[in-house]
Design a protein around this ligand. Structure first.
Ligand code: UDP
Ligand code: MG
Length: 139
């Protein structure tokens, strides 16, 4: 059964370009409730751990560099079928393949700098949410 929470990050490029408000507006308009949210910056160690599944990939070094270069907005979002519906809202990893109207189509520059993260499973949503937030920070 699909659980009702997912985890997102508005990545450094979104913060740098002033897109926090526009992206949060789309998230709210799509029916997600914000359970937890903060402006924060990942350390190299944080990013290497968060993206450990990709550590053998050729883009890993660039990914860690990108994700640590400035602040991000981390958030836990709640909605029925949250993981799948949020992946639909953000669009394909590569903005060139992302559907019209999706967050990545609107705001991502490239497959590397692609504006937002969205958990890919209920299990990862729980792990990633707990990576960034304690129980007291979740509402
Ligand atoms: N990424 C990249 N090059 C690639 C694939 C991925 O730089 O060829 C980066 C990109 O920022 C992506 C992240 O690594 O969002 C994680 O990759 P994943 O395949 O999990 O994509 P996502 O789940 O974010 O759509
Ligand atoms: Mg992924």
């Amino acid at each position: 059964m699909a659980t009702n929470r997912t985890f997102t990050m508005l990545k450094p490029d979104s913060v740098e370009k002033g897109h926090i408000g526009a992206i949060l507006e789309k998230i709210n308009a799509s029916g997600f409730r914000i359970v937890a949210m903060k402006l924060t910056q990942m350390t190299k160690q944080d990013a290497e751990a968060f993206y450990a599944i990709h550590n053998e990939r050729p883009f890993f070094g660039e990914l860690v560099e990108y994700m640590t270069r400035g602040p991000i907005v981390a958030a836990i979002l709640e909605k029925e079928n949250a993981v799948e519906d949020f992946r639909t809202l953000i669009g394909a990893t590569n903005p060139a393949d992302a559907a019209e109207g999706t967050i990545r189509k609107l705001y991502a520059a490239s497959i590397g700098e692609n504006a937002v993260h969205g958990s890919d499973s209920d299990e990862n949503a729980a792990i990633e949410g707990a990576f960034h937030f304690s129980g007291r920070e979740m509402f």
